[in-house]
Write a protein that binds this ligand. Structure first.
Ligand code: 5GP
Ligand code: MG
Length: 179
């Protein structure tokens, strides 16, 4: 097994690129069926979701739009508990069919803080699609409509997700190695 080292921590391979792409394609097919003629507007939550969003979007065959917001709550390998909006929503979502794209749901705090802003603008529908969900870490429950992988409460990295800025470029997912 190839261990990688980022900053002061070691990580071991967790979910392969092949497995990720297979799930993301399946999700795209589901959305293609669920949103025929609905022209969904995806809201991708940066930074972590950029790779997931790009791969999902490539496999959509229906008419769809995408926009980006930037929320952040993590410092190192722990949630700071504080959610900062670094780039807000600049697109009119009233009456639109919205699908929020998140890399990972951990405590649920980030989405719980953002969702009221979305509901305030009265979209015609709202669903949430995530690459990863950590059900054991939930503090603020969020109803998730599409999940690629449910994972245990361990820190992961790669495929867009970082550890203090690094590791986003890795094409597969890694998990923190316990010492
Ligand atoms: P929440 O607000 O649900 O606690 O945290 C959500 C955000 O924290 C995610 O969008 C992600 O940016 C970050 N996060 C949560 N768990 C992990 C993890 O295991 N690894 C990495 N790299 N980021 C995480
Ligand atoms: Mg995120």
């Amino acid at each position: 097994m190839v261990t990688i080292h980022i900053h002061d921590k070691s990580f071991i391979p967790y979910i392969s690129e092949e497995e990720i792409i297979k799930k993301v394609k399946q999700l795209a097919e589901t959305i293609n069926n669920d949103y025929k003629s609905k022209r969904p507007l995806f809201i991708s939550v940066l930074n972590g979701s950029f790779m997931f969003s790009a791969d999902l979007f490539k496999h959509l065959t229906i008419e769809a739009e995408i926009c980006f917001i930037k929320l952040a709550s993590y410092k190192g390998t722990k949630s700071s508990g504080q959610v900062i909006t670094a780039i807000g929503l600049d697109t009119d979502i009233t009456g639109r069919n919205i699908i929020i794209l998140e890399d990972i749901i951990d405590t649920g705090k980030t989405l719980n803080q953002f969702l009221p802003q979305v509901y305030n603008q009265q979209p015609s529908s709202l669903k949430i699609a995530v690459l990863l969900n950590k059900p054991e870490a939930t503090v603020h429950p969020v109803k998730i409509d599409y999940t690629c992988f449910s994972i245990p409460n361990k820190f992961v990295l790669g495929y867009g997700l970082d550890y203090n800025g690094l590791g986003r470029n890795l094409s597969q997912l890694y998990q923190l190695k316990e010492d």
